[in-house]
Design a protein around this ligand. Structure first.
Ligand SMILES: NC(=O)c1ccc[n+]([C@@H]2O[C@H](COP(=O)([O-])OP(=O)(O)OC[C@H]3O[C@@H](n4cnc5c(N)ncnc54)[C@H](OP(=O)(O)O)[C@@H]3O)[C@@H](O)[C@H]2O)c1
Length: 298
């Protein structure tokens, strides 16, 4: 089967399409024929070598790319309830692995997958796992809803879900995004949109990684939740700071997919591209301004 991998991190040209043996699922794992794989900032960071520099990569030949996937189960390991033919979405989590979701077939823990509900397409489903779970887990880190919440990057992958989920949790959400994002951010549930980081909030969920600037917008004794665990800004004894580190959760993913099927959450696809255009997809995402996920179709 074909997969997109990185041998030597670097520019978008570092992405290579290789022919590799089809992986075999072990106990508790499923193999999925990937219908669509999401292109996310973490894939750009992996390809650029961010995690190599942190010493997190221990692969001998290459690292695989891609966390988000949707497709058809083609094989199951022992102890798995999914059956061949099931349509699932799932999270291929982690940066230190030879193969990820950018592949014709991907093996993931069954606990990281969920059945796709009726009415939701494979492409729409592939946009949900990473950003939906990150947003849900970041909102959970904020604790009980307690007044006003600023979500930076409110029109992005994580931020878009976070606006809807935090609103539903009872926060009064303001979104920081571009002027052109007003309709989306307000329709997701925000009461206001700002385009510059100003104001005072009970909490901030910093999906745009404004870091110290965002901490500065939190009231004394408020909360800051970031999205970059190795770089949590200092709250200087004034603000409680933490960062989400997404973990796979098939049960939570099932809820997110169901909410997407019913329209409570929006599935946003910006474009679909063949797997061998992964380099071009990275270039497009790096340029900014994407709304909705780019998807690779192996
Ligand atoms: N820790 C974890 O578990 C985890 C999991 C998933 C993602 N992440 C991280 O979360 C971050 C966001 O990911 P994502 O997928 O949501 O990225 P994304 O889709 O690119 O969204 C980021 C959004 O922030 C906006 N933005 C950036 N600076 C802004 C500013 N000054 N004012 C207004 N809007 C601004 C961008 O707008 P423009 O496009 O117009 O610039 C974009 O809409 C990434 O760093 C990613 O690596 C972490």
């Amino acid at each position: 089967m074909r997969a997109a991998v990185v041998r030597e991190p670097g520019s978008v040209d570092a992405i290579e399409i290789v022919e590799v043996p089809t992986p075999v699922p072990g106990p508790g794992e499923v193999r999925v024929r990937v219908a669509a794989a999401g292109v996310n900032p973490v894939d750009l960071q992996t390809r650029e070598g961010v995690f190599h520099r942190l010493g997190w990569i221990n692969q001998t030949e290459y690292v695989g790319l891609g966390w988000d996937l949707a497709g058809t189960v083609t094989a199951v390991g022992s102890g798995v309830e999914f059956v061949v033919g099931d349509l699932v979405a799932g999270l291929s989590a982690g940066v230190d692995r030879a193969l990820g979701a950018y592949a014709e077939e991907a093996v993931i823990p069954a606990a990281a997958a969920a059945l796709i509900p009726e009415g939701l397409s494979l492409t729409d489903s592939a946009t949900v796992p990473l950003n939906g779970l990150t947003a849900a887990q970041a909102v959970a880190l904020l604790g009980t809803a307690n007044g006003s919440l600023l979500i930076t990057g409110a029109a992005g992958g994580v931020g878009g879900y976070a606006v809807a989920l935090a609103t539903r949790a009872g926060w009064r959400v303001t979104g920081l995004a571009r002027h052109s994002d007003r309709e989306f951010v307000l329709s997701a549930g925000a009461v206001d949109l700002i385009t510059e980081p100003v104001g005072r909030f009970d909490a901030v969920l910093d999906a745009a990684v404004l870091a110290d600037i965002a901490v500065g917008l939190v009231r004394d004794d408020g909360k800051y939740v970031g999205v970059i665990p190795p770089a949590v800004p200092d709250g200087r004894g004034r603000v409680e700071t933490s960062a989400v580190n997404v973990t796979a959760d098939g049960a939570a993913l099932a809820h997110l997919l169901s909410d997407t099927a019913t329209g409570l959450l929006s599935a946003r696809v910006s474009a679909t591209l063949p797997l061998d255009q992964a380099s071009g997809a990275h270039k497009t995402l790096a340029a900014g301004g994407q709304r909705g996920r780019l998807l690779l179709i192996p």
